[in-house]
Design a protein around this ligand. Structure first.
Ligand SMILES: [Zn+2]
Length: 301
């Protein structure tokens, strides 16, 4: 868990992180989130003489931002946690925003990170899975049911590898860091080899690694071009573990996208800039947006 106190101008005033400790169960994790937030509030009072005016929190899984409910997270084991109300109560009634981790990280990348100034962007995180955030006019589209941006489950290889989501041939079965790790481990015969090892082997000219890498790049380009055709973003921001390969990924990916587009305008394709603090900074933006849209006389401080 990462947390920060952020000034109105976006300045990071104080940062802190701690282990989530998910092995202790969902109730303990929720209690820790509330306790962590209360400590930040107390730090603000000690250091600045007043607590933060609003709070934002971003969590994984299925999130109902409108209702302020953390609906489900497979790896944390929680269901229907009314996190916004619990936090507001713990923080003395300040306005609280709840967001989805990837969409909130995407908000930060789009507004203050790699996409700074882009009013239409798409953020795609290539990690264990693949998730995305659709940026429109300084905010991120959640969709009618909280599922917008799930580009990892766009089918790019019909009839292909089964996916835990129930479909076959989903993008994340081919182009996530986990998929590349698995494909490279099988190709090189070392079960411990991962996507970063594959990128290194590509850089040293290994033909098997190049084949594995190009398959992932082609699947990714197929998925991205589907998204570009629908959304027409000005900037396409790629983050997550696989993006750490840098130009080993970006050079062939730009080329693969360029080969596929016909009438579509290719966006500028850039690496994410905020690393693993994107979610935390995005939560700060969600909180600041609450202050911007709330009558000052109504903000509890
Ligand atoms: Zn899927």
């Amino acid at each position: 868990m990462k947390a920060a106190l952020v000034g109105m101008d976006g300045e990071l005033l104080h940062r802190s992180r701690r282990a989530t400790g998910r092995e202790r169960g969902p109730d303990a994790v929720v209690a820790d989130i509330l306790g962590f937030a209360a400590e930040l509030r107390a730090h603000g009072v000690r250091r600045y003489g007043e607590p933060a005016s609003a709070a934002g929190v971003a969590v994984p899984g299925i999130v109902d931002a409108a209702q302020g409910v953390a609906v489900y997270a497979a790896n944390l084991g929680w269901r229907d946690v009314p996190l916004r109300a619990l936090l507001a109560e713990r923080l003395g009634g300040v306005p609280v925003a709840l967001g989805h981790d990837v969409r909130t990280g995407g908000l930060a990348e789009g507004r203050i990170g790699a996409g700074r100034g882009a009013d239409r962007f798409l953020f795609v995180a290539l990690g264990t899975g693949i998730a995305g955030a659709i940026g429109i006019d300084g905010r991120v589209e959640a969709g009618a049911h909280g599922f917008a941006g799930e580009i990892g489950h766009v089918v790019v290889r019909p009839g292909g590898a089964p996916c835990p989501c129930g479909q076959r041939g989903c993008l994340e079965r081919y182009a996530s860091a986990a998929a590349v790790s698995g494909a490279w481990a099988a190709a090189c015969g070392d079960p411990g080899a991962d996507a970063a090892d594959c990128a290194k082997a590509v850089e040293s000219g290994d033909a098997r690694a190049r084949r594995v890498w190009q398959e992932a790049v082609d699947a990714l380009a197929d998925g991205l071009v589907t998204a570009l055709t629908l959304l027409d973003p000005g900037t396409l921001i790629i983050g997550g573990g696989l993006a750490e390969a840098g130009e080993t990924l970006f050079t062939p990916l730009r080329e693969a996208v360029r080969r596929r587009v016909t009438f579509q305008k290719p966006p500028s394709l850039v690496p994410a800039a905020l690393g693993d603090t994107a979610g935390c900074l995005g939560a700060g933006l969600l909180a600041r947006d609450l202050i911007d849209t709330t009558d000052p006389s109504e903000v509890t401080t």
